[in-house]
Design a protein around this ligand. Structure first.
Ligand code: 13P
Length: 256
């Protein structure tokens, strides 16, 4: 299976800044065949960057999109509009869930909308600090995974990427703690168990699982060696070109 390094730029960079970053990153990295490097700029930058990007080296991801293809939905951008512009879309990020009120029933339609438009969904799941403290992690992961995938058929599941991002480990969270590799391993194991229950054993080796939460150049090696982790979803550290490049190089070296 390929490895993945995804940079989620969140609400950062003007279109011009994003373009300069992309230009510099393309100059730094070669064409890695078994490592997929993906950046997720703001929606407004996607179209111009799609004309600039060398897709052999870097792929673009949307940070979000709406599940209906067209209609009276003021302010939204659809997966059908993003078709051909991005290869991936981050869906159900915890910031979408907790700041913008997205629920599993929205997220499952978004996952389906992405697949329908030939965009690979990166479905984000993860428990909050209080859910973990109350021993609810397993239930939350199960609910978010089953909820998010409920419109995905047996034939489509191989087109999905799962990202485990414990909300308490995200760098912008006030009381942020670093996730221990054993804690990550426990949840990736659980994700595989659930995927196996729904789609059968063969699928488990085909669905990549990414980890996200304060990943940087110093800890990426440890997270990538966790059993069941195929890549990382990086927020803050992806905004620093040199550090993101280091993360990519480490990922290339520790590839399983
Ligand atoms: P940080 O790497 O800044 O913790 O962000 C993680 C994240 O939310 C990526 O989607």
């Amino acid at each position: 299976m390929k490895s993945y390094v995804v940079g989620n730029w969140k609400l950062n960079f003007t279109v011009g800044e994003a373009s300069i970053y992309l230009h510099k990153l393309m100059r730094k990295i070669p064409n890695y065949r078994d490592l997929e490097v993906i950046v997720a700029p703001s929606t407004i930058a996607l179209q111009p960057l799609s004309l600039q990007v060398d897709r052999h080296k870097i792929k673009l991801a949307a940070q979000n999109a709406f599940y209906r293809d067209y209609g009276a939905f003021t302010g939204e951008t659809s997966f059908s509009q993003l078709r051909g512009i991005v290869d991936y879309a981050i869906i159900g990020h915890s910031e979408r869930r907790y700041i913008f009120g997205e629920r599993d029933k929205d997220i499952q339609k978004k996952v389906a909308g992405a697949i329908r438009n030939r965009i690979t969904p990166i479905l984000c799941i993860g428990e909050t600090e209080s859910e973990r403290a109350f021993g609810e992690t397993r239930d939350v992961i199960r609910d978010q995974l089953i909820g998010g995938l409920s419109e995905v058929s047996d034939d489509e599941i191989e087109k999905v990427i799962i990202a485990y991002e414990p909300v308490w480990a995200i760098s912008s969270t006030k009381m942020k703690k670093l996730a221990m590799p054993e804690e990550v391993a426990e949840v990736t194991g659980l994700i595989k168990e659930i995927l196996k229950e729904i789609y059968g054993g063969k699928v488990v080796e085909k669905v990549p699982i990414l980890f996200g939460g304060s990943v940087n150049a110093s800890n990426v090696g440890a997270y990538l060696t966790v059993p069941g982790v195929n890549g990382v979803l990086v927020g803050g550290a992806s905004l620093i070109l040199g550090e993101f490049n280091d993360i990519i190089e480490i990922a290339k070296r520790v590839r399983k």
